[in-house]
Design a protein around this ligand. Structure first.
Ligand SMILES: NC(=O)c1ccc[n+]([C@@H]2O[C@H](COP(=O)([O-])OP(=O)(O)OC[C@H]3O[C@@H](n4cnc5c(N)ncnc54)[C@H](OP(=O)(O)O)[C@@H]3O)[C@@H](O)[C@H]2O)c1
Length: 202
């Protein structure tokens, strides 16, 4: 049994991740802290550091947070870009950058990207771009991690549980159940994969 910190646990992707982590001691966190063990803001270095210090020993971090702004490219402001970059890209990079100081030997980080960087749709340029950045980040940073620490990303298509929200903007996509995406999180945490992007598509 590993101690796994799941960030964004009450969100749709967090709930999907939890379905694959049943055999572990799970510690949950989110920005509001509602329904979770801890509060953390992944866009704030001090908050991230405080989470890891408060938890103490942990073997894995599963992040399912990455806030994205949606707009047509020509209408998207720099502020909207920066909000997305600071959450979905830098927020996740900072979890690994700071977390590697605290995580146990042979621990793992599992990040979230999303299928829109390989299957683009209108309005999702910032999500797609930062998802692509995360896929590249995990492949490359895995080569530099100390103490046997692994880093992977889950790149899922839309969840069945989120189809009501995103379905209209994603014609021709087939949603997948959260339990299937949970299996990918399980493989990332329990397996030996490193520097991999685990696609879950239909
Ligand atoms: N849903 C899908 O079908 C799907 C598919 C592929 C990829 N993704 C990606 O998965 C990620 C999460 O999506 P979701 O659908 O799960 O969103 P969601 O249901 O809106 O949940 C978002 C979660 O993130 C937390 N959060 C937001 N900003 C935070 C911050 N700065 N620090 C800490 N926690 C924060 C929220 O916590 P509070 O409620 O406490 O604020 C909430 O738990 C996104 O990057 C999305 O692109 C989603």
């Amino acid at each position: 049994m590993k101690t796994v910190i799941v960030i964004g646990a009450q969100g749709k992707m967090g709930q999907a991740a939890l379905t694959g982590l049943g055999k572990h001691k799970v510690i949950t966190a989110s920005r509001s802290g509602e329904g979770c063990d801890y509060k953390v803001d992944i866009t704030n270095e001090q908050s991230v550091r405080q989470l890891f210090e408060q938890v103490g020993h942990f073997d894995a971090v599963v992040n399912t947070v990455g806030f994205c702004e949606y707009a047509n490219f020509v209408e998207m402001t720099e502020q909207q870009w920066m909000t997305t970059v600071m959450s979905k890209m830098m927020g996740q990079i900072n979890l690994v950058r700071i977390g590697q100081e605290y995580i146990a030997d042979n621990g793992s980080f599992t990040l979230i990207s999303g299928i829109l960087n390989v299957k683009p749709i209108p309005f999702a340029i910032a999500d797609a771009t930062t998802s692509g950045a995360i896929d590249t980040f995990v492949k490359c940073v895995a080569l530099e991690m100390p103490r046997g620490i692994r880093v992977n990303a889950i790149n899922p298509t839309v969840l069945e549980e989120a189809w009501e929200v995103y379905g209209e903007m994603m014609p021709g996509f087939q949603p997948v159940p959260g339990t299937l995406v949970g299996k990918a999180f399980e493989r990332a945490v329990d397996g030996f994969l490193n520097g991999e992007v685990l696609f879950v598509d239909a």
